[in-house]
Design a protein around this ligand. Structure first.
Ligand code: PGA
Length: 255
């Protein structure tokens, strides 16, 4: 059985002080959340403060980005070893904002995922189609291509540690969520593609849904058989709201 994973992607929100304040309010709200993985991805400048606040808790730390190189002349970049040193357990790669705004390619994303792995950090690999691609019926093509190419550097023996996040670009920050059925359709296609890439390990890989996840829709999304978690932007910024998402209701016997 795949353990649910609920992750907060704070993007470029919260100073280190604001992030620390969130952690203080949030931890008691999820202390007894049970068998789920809970992850916070603050900005780089807040990682250290958040890491200190999370010590000894049931919440893990994630980075929002990484440079695949070990060190060197890469002004403004952060190396995977630096993230490992701060206690990051996860790292988000391939977010659509980075693909679109910073022109990141699948190859670059694959090298980031491999670099994280080399430092014991699990990559959360994001994939998703634009509205234009969906309307042209290209969703499964686009997502399939992004998936295979972005996971190219993942060692097969450790594939089960990867987390995939399906985030339709048209649903991110727009308030438009994919219906649970529509999300499940893509998640099922991703699952079968993961099986082709990694054999039995494909069944163990957790696939998060992302795109306007909120307390009002998380329960029905999580009830889908191939939706194993959520990557949450806007609704993760307030402690009570994200805590409600973490404590989603298990509908219809979903575990
Ligand atoms: P959103 O963002 O929840 O604000 O739509 C999700 C994401 O981009 O990861």
């Amino acid at each position: 059985m795949r353990r649910p994973i609920l992750a907060a992607n704070w993007k470029m929100h919260k100073t280190a002080a604001e992030a620390a304040e969130f952690v203080e309010e949030f931890l008691p709200l999820v202390a007894d959340a049970g068998s789920v993985d809970i992850v916070l991805a603050p900005t780089f400048t807040a990682l250290d403060r958040v890491a200190n606040g999370l010590r000894g808790s049931n919440v893990a730390l994630a980075a929002q980005n990484v440079n695949p190189e070990e060190q060197g002349a890469f002004t403004g970049e952060i190396a995977p070893g630096m993230l490992a040193e701060l206690g990051c357990r996860y790292g988000i790669v391939g977010h659509s904002e980075r693909r679109a705004i910073y022109s990141e390619s699948d190859d670059f994303i694959a090298s980031k995922a491999a670099a994280l792995f080399a430092h014991g950090i699990c990559p959360i690999v994001c994939v998703g189609e634009t509205l234009e691609e969906r309307e042209a019926n290209r969703t499964l093509d686009v997502v399939g291509r992004q998936l295979v190419a972005s996971l190219a550097g993942v060692p097969e023996a450790r594939a089960a540690e990867v987390v995939v996040a399906y985030e339709p670009v048209w649903a991110i920050g727009t308030g438009k969520t994919a219906t649970p059925e529509l999300a499940q359709e893509v998640h099922a296609a991703i699952r079968s593609q993961l099986g082709e890439c990694f054999g039995a390990a494909g069944d163990a890989i957790r696939i998060q849904y992302g795109g306007s996840v909120k307390p009002e829709n998380v329960d029905t999304l999580m009830a889908q058989p191939d939706i194993d978690g959520a990557l949450v932007g806007g609704a993760s910024l307030a402690p009570e709201t994200f805590a409600r998402i973490v404590r989603f209701e298990r509908l219809g016997g979903a575990s």
